[in-house]
Design a protein around this ligand. Structure first.
Ligand SMILES: *Cc1c(COP(=O)(O)O)cnc(C)c1O
Length: 394
């Protein structure tokens, strides 16, 4: 007889890593309601609700505002594979893992990649982008990461859309770790393709990638000389699937994920975007005040630190991985380690969506104190929490 695996019973964890973030019970309940067929008129209404709410959260009027079936990386791939044709020049501002991934996708699309590199943790200067646009003209696409989850840096986007358009280029922005936690202004930025993921500041399980395309981007899609190299992510076909009145079968939408996203967006809009941004700022500031007492300096450039993802340097002489492992297994809290050149050097503490709360800030500070003290560091227990509480009071 085959041995049955035991019933699913994962340990309870506080998710304060780079994603997924904590999910509201309301979203989990939405995922457990009965399925509809994906072309059922009732489901079409649910898709409309998702689109309408996504436009509010993205702050855009773009009719093409949908959720790609796939995680954040599918959103990235969808944006690039539709806009970059073989031979097109794409300028990617590279300063972390996710912008490096964008550069990789540009090459897979057959694009002519121009990398504009900046040290990890710093942001790209608009003047350098302008210079690169002139030097490499004509540039078809400029791609940037708004919230670089691997370094904790927040790229300023204001003025970039206009600059790109002056040079005949389209602007692609990754907002996977900012949408719903840090201000995202698709129309205000004049951005052409902006994507995100559900499992970060939207506090929904991983599985969908919100994507919005400007009329200018759609024109570029329509004017392609060659077929989109991805069948699954072909924006033209997906547009017909999501377009009201058409809803032509393309693939079967992940019904329960669409339910979940609908509910998580309801939660975001109920709280209000401005209140939500302020909450993310407040808890990040308190966390950073706390970790400073532990000797952890921020990795990202001053003035450009992300509130949703706090990337901090591991104090000199401390082994990174064992502390993170103890925080997970003994304290039940997930935090992230460093990627690429930052491996072993930083911790990444996500305070995204549902995870961005005072009790979580205090819990992770206490856990870090406890584990650093065990590892022989001169830690005064309670000092980090006290510093955080002072920040809340001030
Ligand atoms: C997480 C992340 C992605 C990729 O999302 P997945 O859901 O892991 O596919 C892309 N860009 C950024 C900035 C991210 O943080």
């Amino acid at each position: 007889m085959a041995t049955l695996v035991p019933e699913l019973n994962p340990p309870s964890r506080l998710l304060l890593g780079p994603g997924p973030s904590m999910v509201s019970p309301r979203v989990l309940r939405a995922m457990s309601v009965p399925l509809l067929g994906h072309l059922d008129p009732a489901f079409l209404g649910i898709m409309n609700d998702v689109q309408q709410q996504l436009r509010e959260v993205f702050r855009t009027k773009n009719p093409f505002t949908i959720a790609i079936s796939g995680t954040g990386s599918a959103g990235m791939e969808a944006a690039l594979v539709n806009l970059v044709e073989p031979g097109d020049t794409a300028l990617v501002c590279v300063n972390g893992v996710f912008s490096t991934r964008m550069a990789d996708i540009v090459e897979r699309c057959g694009g002519k990649l121009v990398k504009l590199e900046t040290p990890w943790g710093q942001v790209t200067d608009l003047a350098r982008i302008e210079e690169a646009l002139k030097k490499n003209a004509p540039v078809k696409v400029v791609a940037v990461v708004h919230a670089e989850t691997s370094t904790g840096a927040q790229q300023p986007i204001e003025g970039l859309g206009k600059l790109c358009h002056q040079h005949g280029a389209l602007l692609v922005v990754d907002t996977v770790t900012s949408l719903g936690g840090v201000p995202v202004e698709v129309d205000g930025w004049e951005a052409d393709a902006v994507y995100s993921g559900t499992q970060k500041c939207l506090s929904c399980p991983p599985g969908l990638a919100p994507l919005t395309l400007s009329p200018r981007a759609l024109e570029a899609v329509k004017g392609r000389k060659s077929k989109c190299r991805s069948w699954y992510l072909d924006a033209g076909m997906i547009a017909d699937y999501w377009a009201e009145g058409k809803r032509a079968y393309h693939h079967t939408a992940p019904i329960s994920m669409v339910y979940a996203l609908r509910e998580s967006l309801r939660i975001v809009l109920e709280e209000g975007l401005e209140a939500r941004f302020e909450r993310h700022r407040r808890h990040s500031a308190a966390l950073m005040a706390g970790v400073a007492t532990l000797g952890c300096a921020p990795q990202a450039q001053a003035g450009h630190r992300l509130a949703s993802l706090n990337c901090i340097q591991v104090p000199a002489g401390v082994e990174e991985a064992p502390i993170r492992k103890a925080v997970l297994l003994e304290n039940g809290i997930e935090i992230g380690g460093g990627l690429g050149p930052l491996a072993g050097k930083v911790w990444r503490i996500g305070l995204m969506g549902e995870s961005s709360r005072q009790e979580n800030v205090l819990a992770v500070l206490a856990a870090l104190e406890q584990q650093l003290k065990k590892a022989g560091r001169p830690v005064r227990l309670g000092a980090a929490g006290a510093a955080a509480l002072e920040a809340y009071a001030g």
